[in-house]
Design a protein around this ligand. Sequence first.
Ligand code: ITT
Length: 193
Amino acid sequence: MKKLVFATNNKHKTQEIRQALEGQYEVLNLQDIGCTDDIPETADTFEGNASLKSQYVVAHFNLDCFADDSGLEVDALNNEPGVYSARYSGSRDSLENINLVLEKLKNQSNRKARFKTVISLVQDGVNHFFEGTVEGTIRTELSGSAGFGYDPVFQPEGYAITFAEMSMAEKNQISHRAIALKKMIDFLNTNSR
Ligand code: ITT
């Protein structure tokens, strides 16, 4: 099976992408290629950070690679936490990050938000971008235990449940990451070498 390197340390992202690509690609993450470095994510855009991660692997391991940078944008918080989603509260603890969002949205009637992903795929030295967005709302309380990050408070448009109440397969039908990934796979299939 064809191999793809996914420059992530996030086990949940790896699982989601592996399930979405099952039977098509074997996905290797940073751990699998022996990369234990803390890759800097110092850009202030999703594109910038995704590129830092993918290009780091190309530079240090000489492997074609893709990376995703993703996050939650909340309308009433001027699109925060955005690129700072992973450490919004100052820690990587999902519960603390969720609680900060809920606290800032207290008494706020506009609960509109979206998840965004930008994938950077570096192939033969060329950087290709693929984007995915899913619109939704922020619940007032947590619900569900699947998924990761802000999933327990994010209710996608058209659904009455949160991402954390969906199976991974259901989330992979509609998520920001799944949408971006589908674009990348279409690209790989039409540009296969
Ligand atoms: P890598 O950089 O190693 O891939 P990370 O967790 O640091 O892992 P990001 O820098 O892209 O990933 O930060 C994304 C954060 O946004 C993530 O930690 C979650 O808090 C949130 N997030 C992204 N996608 C999400 C999803 O599908 N469900 C819930 N939260 C998500």
